[in-house]
Design a protein around this ligand. Structure first.
Ligand code: AP5
Ligand code: ZN
Length: 218
């Protein structure tokens, strides 16, 4: 299984990615998680990326494409992969096409902007794994602690309301065009074209999971 999860910041890509990667036994390639790991490690890339991420902007296409191409060389991608938060621009999508990176499904998770701010303000993450919770919509078993490791959960630096608004506008300006890009490709009938599925992303996490699983089984 090789798929892309497409959707606005806070649409639930990371949340649904956890279910999909477990079911299909594929790695989750989250460029956001990779960048946050670089920030935490204090690498030159991390220091550069942090400024952009905290401002709600996009890290340069060259850097992101390089990161993903390297990641795809690792052995665990042989069985498939799940892209979460990538591609995010036309050049990123083109780079994958040109490199012949196969995609079976593009799953768009659709959530209106109004619902996003509320999701982000209550989000808590486990930095080690990227596992994501919400204080009221998807709480951990013990408040403030990761279910699997018991380690402390944190708030992301870019979940401040002003930054979230900026990220949403960047999504509409630069990423939403990929809805059309992949729809057109899916409808083209070209060999290797992915299937495109749009999922309404509002409702209980498990309901959305079941809709995603159903879409991937079609
Ligand atoms: P990234 O980490 O990719 O962030 P994002 O796309 O903005 O998406 P999020 O992680 O914020 O949301 P999500 O859709 O994963 O939602 P989640 O499941 O957590 O990128 C961060 C930054 O890195 C970017 O701004 C950019 O600077 C840089 N970057 C990354 N990739 C890049 C690229 N390819 N090119 C350039 N720059 C890049 O859910 C959100 C919350 O809602 C959680 O609290 C969750 O518990 C809750 N929730 C989930 N589902 C539901 C539901 N059904 N009902 C209620 N609450 C729910
Ligand atoms: Zn995410």
């Amino acid at each position: 299984m090789r798929l892309i999860l497409l959707g606005a910041p806070g649409a639930g890509k990371g949340t649904q990615a956890t279910f999909i990667k477990d079911k299909y036994n594929i790695p989750q390639i989250s460029t956001g998680d990779m960048l946050r790991a670089a920030v935490k490690a204090g690498t030159p890339l991390g220091l550069e990326a942090k400024k952009v991420m905290d401002a709600g902007g996009l890290v340069s296409d060259d850097i992101i494409i390089g990161l993903v191409k390297d990641r795809l060389k690792q052995a665990d991608c042989a069985n498939g992969y799940l892209f979460d938060g990538f591609p995010r621009t036309i050049p990123q999508a083109d780079a994958m096409k040109e490199a012949g990176v196969a995609i079976d499904y593009v799953i768009e998770i659709d959530v209106p902007d109004e619902a996003i701010i509320e999701r982000m303000s209550g989000r808590r993450v486990h930095p080690g794994s990227g596992r994501t919770y919400h204080v009221s919509f998807n709480p951990p078993r013990v408040a403030g602690k990761d279910d699997e490791t018991g380690e402390e959960l944190i708030q992301r630096d870019d979940d401040k309301e002003e930054t979230v608004k900026k990220r949403l506008s960047v999504y509409h300006e630069q990423t939403e065009v990929l809805v059309d890009y992949y729809n057109k490709w899916a409808l083209s009938g070209q060999p290797g074209a992915p299937k495109y599925r749009k999922i309404a992303g509002v409702g209980p996490v498990e309901t959305i999971r079941d809709k995603v699983f159903a879409a991937l089984a079609e």
